[in-house]
Write a protein that binds this ligand. Structure first.
Ligand code: ADP
Ligand code: DP6
Ligand code: CO
Length: 355
C-alpha cells in the first residue's frame, strides 16, 4: 500500500414502512412500479442502516460489506446506483472551475450495518439503498436534492426512494418510460402529526424464503386479483390516505392501512405458487389489534405487514398504555414471540424526520 488518500463519508438512513404497498413492477430493470405507494419513515434512532463509503486509488475493485459479510456488488441494481452517482461526480469534475480529485474513477469500498433483521420484511433494502446512495453522494460532494437521490435509490430497491425523506412519504409511480418522474415526495413532515407511534413486533428475524423482488414478479405474472388492485384499489386509497394524513384522521389512516396490508397479502396468496409471508404469530397480532379496536369502539391501533411475518403497529401517543401496554403484557406471557424468534418488541419510539 502506498500513501494514496482515502476519501470517506458516512450516512444513516431509517427504514420506512408502507401503509399503501408497492408490489409489482412495470419495468423490472429501472424498478418502475405498477402503482404509487405511501409510507411512514421511522425514527433514525430506531431501525436504521449505517453505511460508510470510501474510495481510494489503493483499492483494486469496488466492494460491499454488509454486516461483516462480502456482498455481490455486480448485481444490475447496485451497479445502476453506482453508475448514476459516478456520472454525476464526473460532471462535477469536468464543470468545476478549479481541479477536483477524480473520485469518479476510483474504486469504492462500501461498508454497511443494519441494526435490525436483514431480508425479514422490515425494509432492509429500503434503508440499505437509501444509506448507500446518500453516503456516496456525500463522498462525491454532489449537490443532488433528495428527489434526485430518490430517483437513484429507486433503482437499487423501489422502497428505498421513500427513505430519502422523513415523515409521511409518497412514491409517485410516474408515467415516463425512463423513470425520471418515478420519485418520492414528502406528503407531510413528521412534525405534522407528532403523536404517531410505531411498535415493531419481531415474529421471526429469519431471512424470508421469497425475496420481495422475485415475489412481486411472480404476483404480476400469475395473480388474477393483482390488476384490479393496481388499477383501481390503490389509486383510490392513495388519495384517501393523503387526505387522512393531512387531516390527522387516525380512524381513516388505520382502516386503510389494515385494508392495504390484507389486500397485499391476499394477492400474495393468489400468486402461483402461493406466497405466505405471514405466520401464526402474525395472525395473532392481527387478532389482538382487532380486539383492542373493538373494546375501544374506534380504531386505536393499525397493523401492517410487509413481505415478512413481522408486524408494525401504528397508534397515537394518547393510546400508548392501551396499545403498547397490551402488546407488552401479552408478548411477555406468550410463547413463540420471544427467544430464538427475536425480541418481541424491538422498537417503540417517536417518529421523526428520518432524513
Ligand atoms: P427487506 O424486506 O428486508 O427489504 P428484501 O428482499 O426487499 O427484504 O431485500 C433484502 C436485500 O436487500 C438483501 O438481501 C440485500 O441484498 C439488500 N440489502 C439489505 N440491507 C442492505 C444494506 N444495508 N446495503 C445494501 N444492500 C442491502
Ligand atoms: C411489501 O422495495 O423491497 O415492502 O424494488 O424489488 O427491491 P425491490 O422491492 P422492495 O419491495 C417492498 C415491498 C413492500 C411494500 C412497500 O415497501 O411498499
Ligand atoms: Co425490501
Amino acid at each position: 500500500m502506498t500513501g494514496h488518500t482515502i476519501y470517506r463519508s458516512s450516512s444513516y438512513a431509517p427504514v420506512n414502512i408502507a401503509v399503501i404497498k408497492y408490489w409489482g413492477k412495470r419495468d423490472p430493470t429501472l424498478n418502475l412500479p405498477t402503482n404509487s405507494s405511501l409510507s411512514v419513515t421511522l425514527s433514525q434512532s430506531d431501525l436504521r442502516t449505517h453505511t460508510t463509503a470510501t474510495c481510494s486509488a489503493s483499492y483494486t475493485s469496488d466492494s460491499l460489506l454488509l454486516n461483516g459479510k462480502d456482498q455481490d456488488i455486480s448485481t444490475a441494481r447496485t451497479q445502476a446506483c453506482l453508475r448514476e452517482l459516478r456520472t454525476l461526480r464526473r460532471k462535477l469534475e469536468s464543470e468545476s472551475p478549479h481541479p477536483l480529485p477524480e473520485l469518479s474513477s476510483l474504486p469504492l469500498k462500501i461498508v454497511s450495518e443494519n441494526n435490525f433483521p436483514t431480508a425479514a420484511g422490515l425494509a432492509s433494502s429500503a434503508a440499505g439503498f437509501a444509506a448507500l446512495v446518500r453516503a456516496i453522494a456525500d463522498l462525491y460532494g454532489l449537490p443532488a436534492s433528495p428527489t434526485e437521490l430518490s430517483r437513484i435509490a429507486r433503482q437499487g430497491s423501489g422502497s428505498a426512494c421513500r427513505s430519502l425523506f422523513g415523515g409521511y412519504v409518497a412514491w409517485n409511480k410516474g408515467e415516463k418510460d425512463d423513470g425520471s418522474d418515478s420519485v418520492a415526495y414528502e406528503v407531510a413532515p413528521a412534525s405534522h402529526w407528532p403523536d404517531m407511534r410505531a411498535l415493531i413486533l419481531v415474529a421471526s428475524a429469519e431471512k424470508k424464503d421469497v425475496s420481495s423482488t422475485s415475489g412481486m414478479q411472480t404476483t404480476v405474472k400469475t395473480s388474477s386479483l393483482f390488476p384490479a388492485r393496481a388499477e383501481q384499489v390503490v389509486p383510490k386509497r392513495m388519495k384517501e390516505m393523503e387526505k387522512a394524513i393531512q387531516g390527522k384522521d387516525f380512524e381513516t389512516f388505520g382502516n386503510i392501512t389494515m385494508a392495504e396490508s390484507n389486500s397485499f397479502h391476499a394477492t400474495c396468496l393468489d400468486t402461483s405458487p402461493p406466497i405466505f409471508y405471514m405466520n401464526d404469530t402474525s395472525r395473532a397480532a392481527i387478532r389482538i389489534v382487532e380486539s383492542l379496536n373493538q373494546a375501544a369502539g374506534k380504531v386505536v391501533a393499525a397493523y401492517t405487514f410487509d413481505a415478512g411475518p413481522n408486524a408494525v403497529i401504528y397508534y397515537l401517543a394518547e393510546n400508548e398504555a392501551e396499545v403498547a401496554g397490551t402488546f407488552k403484557c401479552i408478548l411477555g406471557k406468550k410463547e413463540g414471540w420471544e427467544g430464538q424468534r427475536g425480541k418481541a418488541v424491538t422498537a417503540k419510539k417517536e417518529l421523526n424526520g428520518g432524513a
